[in-house]
Design a binder for this molecule. Structure first.
Ligand code: FAD
Length: 510
């Protein structure tokens, strides 16, 4: 026996760097379903089920490709942690080395390093070729800059990979079409949104769903709506379905929200990308081809490509550059606990009922729901960033630390003091009202900031501006917010402070 090739649950890439030069005759692939991966945060049932089903399907593919696969399953070996499973595999096969693609979570990297060094085995951690920008390249691009801007990083990648380019110029003459995008659904609401593909549960998925419902019965969420791609074939169907049916409406409606509309015009590709069932190059290429074929407009194609080529690669770069500090970052020194209703959706705020509710039911919410509802509330309600980050890592099916943490701590919570955002993403209830119909029938009144009916989003927004007025006044991007509060008369400002104080003292009651 030569090498033990460890494939982690989010490394299901058929062209994985871990398989480079693999020798089917004397290498063994090991895959481990470790309980700790579902318990170090209180992982939602849908997230765990997705990982397990996709891993089991990938193991089947590896075996069909002629590899020897040592699969350690929950319900059989029941490894408490990855370290336990890896040690058992090392004892069983006595390899000369362990090979793995660099993990997307530094906790796991440390665990592998410790396990291999305790076993006196070399660990060959390979660069993840799934991504378009390596950690080293990102580090070079970032240099010593204190502030990083996705826009410039994204333009570099557009040039480097010749995506939506006409020679040296961006297609259409502009790099960014955000002004054409980001509309609400208007009063009429969403019109004829195509439903995503359905994926029938095969024997593997059926078994995994039953297992998760048994082993993790008390974990958040449910499996009633489980419909995620778990194989490369499924993922390609999901990709083609999005490109053919929903990409055309993506740009315009990417920020819009509507009661009981879970997926809207979004791609639902993050799970397939993050598990590496899809490669970002093929995703970007198909979106670009749809534009070139005249099937979608430039604003939608660019808006979508910006997310995959731009934000996704950028966030990964930031994670590896700014860890471990990012994990404990707490710019505003917020210390409130996470309200209990983040785990149940049982709050009087309808926007939260909707966004938390669908998150628990589907393991999914789209970007603006994550950023401007569940995320923004974390800032204005002064919740500890780590408590919010643990919630995001637990409940979203696409959550892996490299992408979750920079989005939560960096983008939504401003916990890193604005390393790559020029201002905190905060807005009053008016934003939610404009971008959704959530406020209709809510127990709170979105434009009231004082009194018992005051919308918590609005009251706590003004409280945030009040508290940080001086700093916000100095930043050109937030100066207007600071100026607006000076227009509030003194009695109203006092009443707002009182109401905000009551809310902050008992977030569970909202
Ligand atoms: P679409 O809206 O269709 O976007 C297309 C693709 O672009 C996504 O599949 C994703 O791969 C990529 N993308 C878009 N925005 C981002 C972004 N900001 N960062 C990285 N990739 C992006 N994304 C995750 O994959 N995992 C997470 O754990 C995660 N946590 C988030 C937490 C917060 C607070 C916020 C604000 C965003 C988070 N995102 C995360 C980014 C984004 O919300 C999701 O990628 C997206 O909602 C997934 O749904 P979709 O596939 O339908 O995406």
């Amino acid at each position: 026996m030569r090498n033990l090739i460890l494939i982690l649950g989010d490394q299901l890439d058929q062209h994985s760097a871990a398989l480079r030069n693999a020798d089917r005759a004397c290498d063994v692939i090991v895959m481990i379903e470790a309980r700790e991966e579902s318990t170090h945060v209180w992982s939602g049932k849908a997230r765990t089920a997705l990982f397990l089903s996709a891993m089991r399907h990938h193991a089947q593919w590896c075996a069909a490709e002629g590899f020897t696969v040592h699969y350690r399953a929950l319900g059989k070996e029941n490894d408490a942690s990855l370290a336990v499973g890896l040690n058992a595999a090392i004892a069983a096969f006595a390899p000369q080395a362990v090979i793995c693609v660099e993990p997307g979570d530094l906790r796991v990297t440390a665990l592998l390093q410790d396990t291999c060094s305790a076993a006196s085995l070399p660990l060959d951690l390979r660069v993840d070729t799934h991504f378009l920008c390596t950690k080293a390249e990102f580090g070079q691009w970032a240099g010593d800059s204190k502030s990083l801007r996705m826009e410039f990083f994204y333009r570099n990648l557009r040039r480097r990979y010749l995506v939506l380019m006409q020679g040296d110029e961006p297609e259409g003459g502009q790099w960014n079409y955000d002004a054409d995008n980001r509309k609400s659904f208007g009063k009429a609401g969403p019109q004829a949104v195509p439903t995503p593909s359905q994926f029938a549960h095969d024997a593997i998925t059926t078994e995994v769903l039953a297992l998760v419902n048994t082993i993790f019965a008390d974990h958040p969420g449910n499996l009633a709506h489980f419909n995620w791609p778990v194989t490369r074939e499924d993922a390609l169907v999901a990709l083609d379905d999005f490109i053919a049916k929903r990409l055309r409406g993506f740009g315009e409606h990417q920020d819009a929200m509507w009661t009981d509309l879970v997926f809207g015009w979004h791609s639902l590709l993050s799970t397939s990308l993050n598990l590496k069932l899809l490669n970002p190059r093929e995703v970007v290429e198909k979106a670009q081809a749809a534009y070139r074929a005249g099937e979608v407009d430039l604003a939608s194609a660019e808006g979508f490509i910006r997310q995959v080529l731009g934000w996704r690669e950028f966030m990964r770069g930031v994670y590896f550059l700014d860890m471990p500090a990012l994990k404990s970052a707490n710019h505003f020194k917020h210390a409130n606990p996470l309200p209990k209703w983040y785990w149940t959706g049982q709050t009087k705020m309808r926007c939260m009922q909707q966004c938390v509710g669908q998150t628990l039911d589907y393991g999914y919410a789209h970007h603006i729901q994550r950023l401007m509802v569940t995320g923004m509330f974390g800032v204005i309600a002064e919740i500890t960033p780590q408590a919010i980050a643990d919630w995001y890592l637990a409940v979203y099916v696409d959550a892996i630390e490299w992408v979750e943490l920079p989005n939560v701590a960096g983008m939504a919570l401003f916990a890193n003091g604005g390393r790559f955002t020029s201002k905190p993403y905060v807005a009053s209830g008016a934003y939610v009202k404009r971008m959704s119909n959530y406020c209709t029938g809510c127990a709170y009144v979105s434009d009231e900031k004082t009194g018992v009916n005051a919308c918590p989003m609005t009251t706590l927004y003004w409280h945030f501006i009040d508290k940080h007025e001086k700093v916000l006044a100095k930043n050109p991007r937030t100066a207007l917010m600071a100026k607006n509060i000076t227009r509030m008369d003194a009695p109203t400002r006092d009443a707002m402070r009182v109401r905000a104080g009551e809310m902050l003292a008992d977030l569970d009651a909202l």
